[in-house]
Every structure is written in structure tokens, then in C-alpha cells.
Design a protein around this ligand. Structure first.
Ligand code: FES
Length: 102
């Protein structure tokens, strides 16, 4: 992965408090969708320890927007990739929190 091509960075809490077992399934669904839409070089995924919003997982924190998607299932992932990453419209009903960027 070339960092110059990077447009988004996704963080996933892998703790048991955030349904850590299911995080792998959600991450795999993201990987599949990113390949399917040929944007896998633009999006980096990392599993982390606690991110400070415990118990709402699987979730992903998406930068640079600072958007937290929560209680995710693999079935939610195609919408996030297509509507948010490709069309530029975050999926409002899956958002728990948006960080203030101003
Ligand atoms: S344990 Fe997942 S955010 Fe804290």
C-alpha cells in the first residue's frame, strides 16, 4: 500500500467489549468490498485496542471524517463502501458519533 494513495483510514476495536469476534467478519467484508470496487489501495484498515467508545461494536472509526459507525454486521458494509466511500454520502442511520473537525 502506498500512503500517497490513501484517502481513508479505518480503525476497529478488537476488544471483547466491542464484540471482538465479529470484528474480523466485518473487516473481511470491508476488504471484499474494497477489492470489488477497486479502491483497496485508498483505504487502510487497522484493528486496535480500546478506542474509548466501549461496548458498541463491532464499530469502525473512519478518518479523515471522524465518523463512528456502530453495531455493524457484514451486511452493512456494502452500503458504507458504496454510499460513503464512493458516493461521498455517509450512511446516517449507522452513525453513532461524528467528531468535531472545526
Ligand atoms: S473496548 Fe472497544 S472501544 Fe473500548
Amino acid at each position: 500500500m502506498r500512503l500517497k494513495q490513501l484517502k481513508r483510514h479505518l480503525f476497529f476495536c478488537g476488544s471483547e467489549h466491542c464484540n471482538g469476534q465479529q470484528v474480523e467478519e466485518v473487516m473481511d467484508a470491508f476488504k471484499e468490498q474494497l477489492v470489488e470496487h477497486s479502491i483497496y489501495k485508498e483505504v487502510k484498515l487497522n484493528k486496535t485496542s480500546c478506542l474509548g467508545l466501549c461496548g458498541n461494536g463491532p464499530f469502525t472509526l473512519v478518518y479523515p471524517e471522524g465518523i463512528w459507525y456502530y453495531n455493524l454486521t457484514p451486511e452493512d458494509v456494502p452500503r458504507i463502501v458504496e454510499e460513503h466511500f464512493i458516493d461521498g454520502e455517509p450512511v446516517e442511520e449507522l452513525i453513532m458519533l461524528k467528531l468535531e473537525n472545526e
